[in-house]
Design a protein around this ligand. Sequence first.
Ligand code: 13P
Length: 249
Amino acid sequence: MRTPLIAGNWKMNGSTALVEAFGKVFSQPGLPANVDVTIHPPFPYLEAARRAFADTRLTLGAQTLNPLHSGAHTGEVSGGMLKELGVEYVLIGHSERRELYRESDGHVYDRVLAALNADIKPILCVGETLEERDAGRTMDVVLRQVGCVMAPLDPVQRAQLVVAYEPVWAIGTGRTATPEQAQEVMAGIRHHQAGYDEELAQQLRLLYGGSMNAKNAAELLAQPDIDGGLVGGASLKAEDFYAICQSAG
Ligand SMILES: O=C(CO)COP(=O)(O)O
């Protein structure tokens, strides 16, 4: 049985006030017992979030990390530092980082390994562009992105990973993948993983991301291979995000 996970990616948004609003809204009772929830604020808010979320079910996530341990890398943050702040999950390979910061599959793999070494669960983000979908290459792209990270890992490492399927054309566009489109890709990822290890494939948590909101979440989360969501815009309002978490029960 896979525990649903709802992750809120604030991207380069948020404030101390937003952190506090989440602490307040999520201290209400009413979340289903079997849902994990993580918030990924920008680095400067992690410490405030740790304090504000202390009596809630919210756990802490980061948006990226540097694969190195320490050293002369101005502006970078390592896995060990995030772990010390109580970070449990880190996003890796988000399409914005792949595109805007030129992160290749190799960079993504190095970051996944660094997260695992710091005892932080990587949420590996994958997804095709509209051009790739229109060319019928969706599964090739997604399975390449998943495979090149998963294949070299051992089973203990693989068991720590979460995979988020975010079609690039659905991110921030208001154009959600249909539940059927998302399910088809998720089932493909699980089937591919079953080629390595059937049991691990059944345990692998697969999240959908791309214009998920309080209105469409329940229908997406009802799909058999969708185990949660990676939410951008709708994770910037505590009540909306709370409603999404409620529909994941
Ligand atoms: O990129 C996303 C989450 O990582 C999705 O963003 P939106 O929910 O704003 O489309």
